[in-house]
Design a protein around this ligand. Structure first.
Ligand code: NAD
Ligand code: UGA
Length: 469
């Protein structure tokens, strides 16, 4: 029986390993983590992450061929294939602060592998890492253990949160990069054999290590670039009377461009787009390619601009002040169908409104009160000026409350901001919301959730990203 161990039981490690276990009954999969709480949650009925379809998959194989454990050393030493799916955040201090990937977690994982391994191992980079990380890992492993052959593979993950299970069941492609040596090719084949249990062979791509590492950064940069492009156009639409959704439809009908990832919004969020583009920027700078670095930086600058623009629109529409006014915020997660709030645009929008002394009532179907309060109390790290942290005043955070539903959040509010595209926000009784709000009642739709004309007929003053005012 092939044994797989995955280091890191997060948004990627958990769902990915659940699908491998489900599709490969002959393989034993153990997911390990340093977080005792996370592992306890994976072993309970309340999984640590919300992802449609994940509960079912875990229930079907947990205790059979899928296990969650904190005994990292034991399971690493017993495994044939070790996936490393630890977090790789942006460095916040020291060399490369604000851009470079912080590989501390990765390096710690590699040192454990070197310490406990007694047999040959295939080590798979599942985390998103800078190009050439495999070389660094190889050095750590080979310099810290003798007589053991390590093959490092790059197998980046392309799943998106909220659709992780369907992305894993039917991936557009699985990418495996390895050394172009007989041992390297054998390791690539061993990993291919795992995926071949359910992924058609023509969707399993193999490349050299550096192409695989770079493809992941490039794919995220391209996706984010499309959003920033359409968001830039949304500002122009508001200025000219064009409708960005009509423009996106017309543009996306060109089969060379395609319709996906052209939905204008208050800005992209999530733990990866910004981090991975900054990573790309840093690698470009390190290689003397400052023009390339500046090109990709613009994608993030437009994203910051879009969030600021939204806040300015709220404040300027409400007679240039939101001081003392209650603003209802519908949606805090960075997208629908997840409770994840990492880098959500809602953090920047709420902080912007708090700086103008608003009182905020937030409702999100999945993000927890603790998480929201923590996000708003944490000083914002400014990627462009990493030494400056923008402090939040403690009193501002006291002006935030969490509501149990949208109606409670909106009660007696002057304005309503829609910041996540949850389906349930489309179905709300906006007449009831209007009746309970202060007048004039404002709606600011950052997610193309409402029909502005219908809401205007009720009496709302509506501002929707990229649509005629
Ligand atoms: P996460 O923070 O949810 O999970 C990482 C886990 O690794 C944490 O539970 C942490 O406790 C654990 N960990 C850290 N160091 C460890 C160590 N030395 N030993 C054992 N456990 C350790 O992160 P994530 O969202 O799953 O992302 C992981 C990687 O995958 C990142 O590089 C990310 O860029 C990439 N990625 C994420 C997504 C996504 O949708 N979240 C998609 C594709 C790729
Ligand atoms: C993204 C990629 O889609 C995945 O392929 C990748 O594996 C992952 O990053 C990663 O490396 O972490 P994710 O961040 O989970 O996945 O979610 P997306 O669906 O890409 O959305 C990211 C953000 O962009 C969200 O805030 C979303 O609302 C926003 N978005 C997306 C738009 O504003 N407009 C769009 O048209 C699409």
């Amino acid at each position: 029986m092939v044994k797989i161990c995955c280091i890191g039981a997060g948004y990627v490690g958990g769902p990915t390993m659940a699908v491998i276990a489900l599709k490969c009954p002959s393989i034993e999969v153990v997911v390990v983590d340093i977080s005792v709480n996370r592992i306890a949650a994976w072993n309970s009925d309340q999984l640590p992450i919300y992802e449609p379809g994940l509960d079912d998959a875990v229930k079907q194989c947990r205790g059979k061929n899928l296990f969650f454990s904190t005994d990292i050393e034991k399971h690493v030493s017993e495994a044939d294939i070790i996936f490393v799916s630890v977090n790789t955040p942006t460095k916040t201090r020291g060399l490369g602060a604000g851009k470079a990937a912080d590989l501390t977690y990765w390096e710690n994982a590699a040192r454990v592998i070197a310490d406990v391994s007694k047999s040959d191992k295939i080590v798979v980079e599942k985390s998103t890492v800078p190009v050439k990380t495999a070389e660094a890992i190889e050095k750590i492993l080979t310099h810290n253990s003798e007589g053991i052959n390590y093959q490092i593979l790059s197998n980046p993950e392309f799943l998106a949160e909220g659709t992780a299970m369907q992305d894993l069941f039917k991936p557009d492609r699985v990418l495996i990069g390895g050394r172009e040596t007989p041992e390297g090719r054998k390791a690539v084949q061993a990993l291919k054999d795992v995926y071949a249990h359910w992924v058609p062979e023509d969707r399993i791509l193999t490349t050299n290590l550096w192409s695989a590492e770079l493809s992941k950064l490039a794919a995220n940069a391209f996706l984010a670039q499309r959003i920033s492009s359409i968001n830039a156009i949304s500002a122009l639409c508001e200025a000219t009377g064009a409708n960005v959704f009509e423009v996106a439809y017309a543009v996306g009908k060109d089969s060379r461009i395609g319709p996906k990832f052209l939905t204008a919004s208050v800005g992209f969020g999530g733990s990866c787009f910004q981090k991975d583009i900054l990573n790309l920027v840093y690698i470009s700078e390190c290689n003397g390619l400052s023009v390339v670095a500046n090109y990709w930086k613009q994608v993030i600058q437009i994203n910051d601009y879009q969030k600021n623009r939204f806040v300015n629109r709220v404040v300027s529409s409400m007679f240039n002040t939101v001081s003392g006014k209650k603003i209802a915020v519908l949606g805090f997660a960075f997208k629908k169908d997840t409770g994840d709030t990492r880098e959500t645009p809602a953090i920047d929008v709420c902080k912007g409104l708090l700086r103008d002394n608003a009182t905020i009532s937030i409702y999100d179907p999945q993000a927890t009160e603790d998480q929201i309060q923590r996000d708003l109390a944490t000083n914002k790290f400014d990627w462009n000026h990493p030494v400056h942290l923008q402090p939040m005043s403690p009193t501002a955070v006291k002006q935030v409350s969490i509501a149990w539903d949208a109606y409670e959040a909106a009660k007696a509010a002057h304005g309503l901001c829609i910041l996540t595209d949850w389906d349930e926000f489309k179905e709300l009784d906006y007449q009831r919301i209007y009746d309970d709000m202060q007048k004039p009642a404002f709606v600011f739709d950052g997610r193309d959730v409402v029909d502005p004309e219908k809401l205007r007929a009720i009496g709302f003053i509506v501002y929707a990203i990229g649509k005629p005012l």
